[in-house]
Design a protein around this ligand. Sequence first.
Ligand SMILES: O=P(O)(O)OC[C@H]1O[C@H](O[C@H]2O[C@H](CO)[C@@H](O)[C@H](O)[C@H]2O)[C@H](O)[C@@H](O)[C@@H]1O
Length: 378
Amino acid sequence: MEFKSAKSPSSLNNPARSSLNKSGQSLYSSLFPYSQTGGSSFSSTVLTVPRKKPEKLDDALPNGWLESMKSSSPPKRKLVKDHNVEVASDDHDYAYHSWLLSYPSALRSFDKITDFASNKKIAIFLDYDGTLSPIVDDPDRAYMSTDMRSAVRGVASYFPTAIISGRSRDKVFDLVGLKELYYAGSHGMDILFPHKDPKSTDHTSKGVTLFQPAKEFVPVIDEVFRTLEKNTRDIKGAKVENHKFCVSVHYRNVSEKSWVTIAECVHRVVDDYPQLRLTHGRKVLEVRPVIDWDKGKAVEFLLKSLGLENSDDVLPIYIGDDRTDEDAFTVLRQKNRGYGILVASTPKESQALFSLKDPSEVKEFLESLVRWKEQSSL
Ligand SMILES: O=P(O)(O)OC[C@H]1O[C@H](O[C@H]2O[C@H](CO)[C@@H](O)[C@H](O)[C@H]2O)[C@H](O)[C@@H](O)[C@@H]1O
């Protein structure tokens, strides 16, 4: 990531922040918590992050693969011991706090967000890994806490709430376990509507309306999954997951010296399938069908299904941490119709407007929304 010194946050050249919605109201400029014209005394040293669409692995030159793989998850933070408390180093704090000027904390901006949301219908979209659950080495053990589950249940009792994950729908449903939510698995290619009867005793994700735009790719995805499993068997730490409409190849637990080997192995397999493409998440390579569908399209589809599209009295809020979430942030930003909130504890370029540091801040934000809603309906 490249940092540049800038005169003021206004140098972000961010048209979305001043664009207007249909009623002439700006979602962005009215919420930007820092002056976009005047410079603060701090501004001459502010670090800003260039905003460009994150590069996908399949767009990168072969030489770029390794760099892309190395930067695909925040580096381990340099920690220093201070009174038995682990705190981030000064360098990290400085960069992070500077970055917050461009991506303000959604918690600190909470009053502005809710001022804007008053008299609007909020719709909540949540990524799973890194947003509701912390990133852990073993994808099968990425559990969300009981408190987080309660927070999600809380928001879902007031606002339509969807989980939009790269995982298969069944896996993410098993991890979240709330049947009142909408689920979009496989990066939005497998959409489930909640049980119509909230008292249903069916605790599986079955029996409700589905939207599966990549249905015909299931056999090829299965074939590629089996080939990748076989071909990566000798790469220590590699893990391949079949998400029905896409495949994940994890290299988090692979020694860095074998990253080229695993990348080449995946590329060799995918090269034989022109109908498939590769994208890149947090220490994971993902094989997906070449269809014009992503988390952003899933958000649009869900808003439409909920009768909430093209409406000025609707405020979609999308919270996510990964490159694949950028598609959803972009949709909200381009259409000037909602807030993207990036979960990040290190500076990252993003199409999101706000940020939260980690899943515990996500939980706090969701709980605050519930409290705000409860108080405003008194
Ligand atoms: O869209 P998401 O819900 O964020 O899913 C994206 C990927 O999440 C999982 O992998 C990530 O989390 C793992 C557990 O913390 C971590 O070990 C891995 O390195 C991360 O990439 C999931 O296993 C993938 O299949 C999803 O695509």
